[in-house]
Design a protein around this ligand. Structure first.
Ligand code: ADP
Ligand code: MG
Length: 307
């Protein structure tokens, strides 16, 4: 137990990231685990060159969705958030396990429709449902576990950003909840595959907790700091700068490229939008925002946490 906590301390006091840190320190892994806890997906060596990626995400009724929302969108989101995590590692999503907790009163039609939506989404992204588990629960819980694959040299961790690298994002940010986009976003698999094929991103993450929070994860894992150019951060219509910096669930990819790769990317015509928003500098996880006058402000990489 961390020193500042006592026997009566709660999870709320420890915090989500404190808990994850605790798990990391108190578990061991075998030699084939290239990356365990601490990235968008775990990375396992299957053969000398081939890597398996594993990720899981849970959605809870009245926290992540309500039963009044269109069922097709809930099914879509449950699959899409996992696909996004595989894309954030530079991998190709492949197989899916679906575990459900459902109250006995749940209408069979609702579950069938949920499955149809998940199945259609799985197929849309070249993946398939291969199993799962079902239990009775007080509220509906949808847990998806996904396997993806990649070649050894194509995987992108959060930890590779270096000073002078440039920072990019794949799309406009902010107001995902308000606009409903958090239920219908496109996971950036194509962009990710394009990047790993033609470039070598040094770090990558998907923006699920908010731009500053997720950039904070890259900075922490890479032991660097960053400067963002305020007026270069692409915003969704009606999103304020604060929305673009802090709102979660955009599921765009946030990645870094060496200065050389960055120049190449900016020169060529790409089939996708890649927005340059700043650069990596030496430091210990700080984020500075540069306004149009060139003035730097220190920003806090706070992000959404579950407790
Ligand atoms: P993301 O937002 O990309 O889905 P999370 O913030 O949920 O990532 O998780 C960060 C890391 O912590 C991941 O490596 C994940 O596997 C790990 N993690 C989260 N919760 C648990 C848990 N209960 N047990 C073990 N590992 C966990
Ligand atoms: Mg992620």
């Amino acid at each position: 137990m961390p020193a500042r906590l006592n026997k009566k301390s709660t999870l709320a006091q420890l915090g989500e990231f404190g808990f994850i840190e605790w798990i990391k320190k108190n578990t061991t892994v075998s030699g084939s685990v290239i990356k365990g806890i601490g990235d968008d997906a775990a990375v396992i060596a299957l053969t000398e060159k081939k890597r398996i990626l594993l990720t899981t995400d849970m959605l809870l009724e009245d926290v992540h969705f309500t039963l009044k929302m269109p069922i097709g969108k809930i099914g879509y989101k449950a699959i899409a958030v996992n696909i996004s995590d595989i894309a954030a590692m530079g991998g190709v999503p492949k197989y899916i396990l679906v575990s459900l907790g459902v109250p006995a009163r749940t209408r069979a039609r609702w579950i069938f429709d949920l499955y149809q939506a998940m199945h259609q989404t799985a197929l849309k992204f070249g993946t398939c449902l291969v199993g799962g588990d079902t239990i009775r629960s007080d509220k509906t819980i949808i847990n998806i576990a996904m396997m993806g694959e990649s070649q050894k040299d194509k995987i992108i961790f959060r930890s590779g950003a270096r000073p002078q690298d440039k920072i990019f994002v794949t799309g406009k940010l902010g107001n995902s909840f308000k606009s409903g986009r958090h239920l219908s976003f496109t996971p950036r698999v194509k962009e990710s595959q394009y990047l790993v094929k033609y470039f070598k991103p040094t770090a990558m993450i998907d923006v699920s907790d908010g731009l500053l929070g997720d950039l904070g994860h890259i900075l922490q894992e890479s032991h660097v700091s960053a400067i963002l150019n305020e007026n270069k951060i692409p915003r969704q219509p009606s999103a304020t700068l604060e929305n673009a910096l802090y709102d979660g669930e955009d599921f765009e990819l946030l990645f870094t490229l060496s200065a050389l790769d960055s120049q190449r990317l900016r020169k060529i015509k790409t089939p996708f939008s890649f927005y340059p928003i700043g650069e990596i500098i030496k430091g210990t996880g700080q984020i500075f925002l540069r306004n149009e006058k060139g003035v730097l402000r220190n920003y806090c990489p706070k992000s959404y946490t579950h407790f």
